[in-house]
Design a binder for this molecule. Structure first.
Ligand SMILES: [Zn+2]
Length: 316
């Protein structure tokens, strides 16, 4: 065991338990055996109605055809499905959105059960819209430490004017905004469908909202087809004082390179537990510990950066 009291800045409730409190108990047991003291636990609300409104077979087939040139020799099963059975593919993704949904209320309940261990982050919900989302965030604002936006699932530009009320809320109440960047599994691997999930757009929002702390999840690097897809942009974005990067679902090589190029102060450890299939929380900590970077950088990434940030925001 590493003997550190790690802070994990990116987790979700395990899906093996539907009940949020049972899921939270299980999450805490995983944290215990991994040496994690606190975890940021993030809601996921995809917006099934807005997805259905936006997606049609022709649109996603065209999105898939765009990349045929460079995957022509080995189109993945998911891509083949989109090309030849687009309607089926849309239905499958709808089901995924429903199955993986974890409402803001659920992470709040989880954190209320384990107030010293879990730090809940709510989710924007495109079906509800900004005003309704805000109402819920306000209702739980004593417990929530921030809100997450998924530019892929939500199909929204991070600097969109529609999101400004959320950012005003975050500025006023010292809440964090976490933004998913890079691709997402399935059809969200397609460039057309992850086009808003770029760190440079997070930077655009961060420049307009200097009082809000933004976390760029996955360092812009997550993609099955093209690992490191927007990694460069994430490094540039992190030059802004109010932007941090989290390491969740990021290949070790990118974390090493980030430390080398921008230093370690803006990098937060995140496991993305339980979403990285076959990888336990402890494995992702071991991964950081075995990086080719100085020991002080490892300690900063696994705990000290997060601790300092959370103290600055009055959370700890
Ligand atoms: Zn995640």
């Amino acid at each position: 065991m590493h003997g550190m009291r790690v802070i994990d800045f990116h987790t979700h409730l395990p899906f093996r338990y539907k009940d949020p409190v049972e899921a939270a108990s299980y999450l805490v047991s995983v944290m215990d055996r991994s040496g994690v003291e606190r975890a940021v636990v993030i809601a996921i609300e995809g917006g099934v109605r807005s997805f259905r409104r936006r997606m049609n077979p022709r649109y996603i087939r065209e999105a898939a055809e765009e990349i045929l040139d460079y995957v022509a020799y080995n189109p993945s099963a998911a891509l083949r499905k989109i090309l030849f059975e687009p309607e089926e593919s849309i239905k499958e993704h709808e089901t995924l959105l429903v199955e993986h949904r974890r409402r803001t209320e659920e992470v709040v309940m989880a954190a209320e059960r384990f107030p010293d261990r879990l730090l809940p982050v709510g989710s924007f919900n495109p079906d509800l819209g900004v005003e309704e989302t805000l109402k819920r965030l306000r209702r739980y604002q004593d417990v929530l430490i921030g809100v997450k936006i998924y530019p892929t699932l939500h199909c929204i530009h991070p600097a969109s004017r529609n999101l400004q009320p959320l950012y005003n809320w975050a500025a006023k109440n010292r809440k964090i905004v976490i933004i998913h960047t890079g691709c997402d599994p399935g059809m969200w691997e397609l460039p057309k469908l992850c086009r808003y999930a770029r760190p440079k757009y997070v930077a655009e929002a961060a420049r307009k909202n200097p009082d809000v702390v933004y976390v760029i999840a996955h360092m812009g690097a997550y993609s099955m087809l093209m690992p490191g897809i927007f990694f460069r942009e994430a490094l540039n974005a992190a030059q802004l004082e109010n932007i941090y990067l989290d390491t969740s679902a990021t290949e070790p090589i990118f974390i090493e390179r980030a430390v080398e190029e921008i230093g370690y102060e803006k990098i937060l450890y995140g496991s993305d537990y339980p979403y990285v299939v076959g990888v336990d929380m402890r494995d992702t900590i071991e991964e950081i510990l075995s990086l080719d970077i100085p020991g002080e950088a490892k300690r900063a990434i696994l705990r000290e950066n997060a601790e300092r940030l959370l103290k600055n925001l009055g959370v700890l």
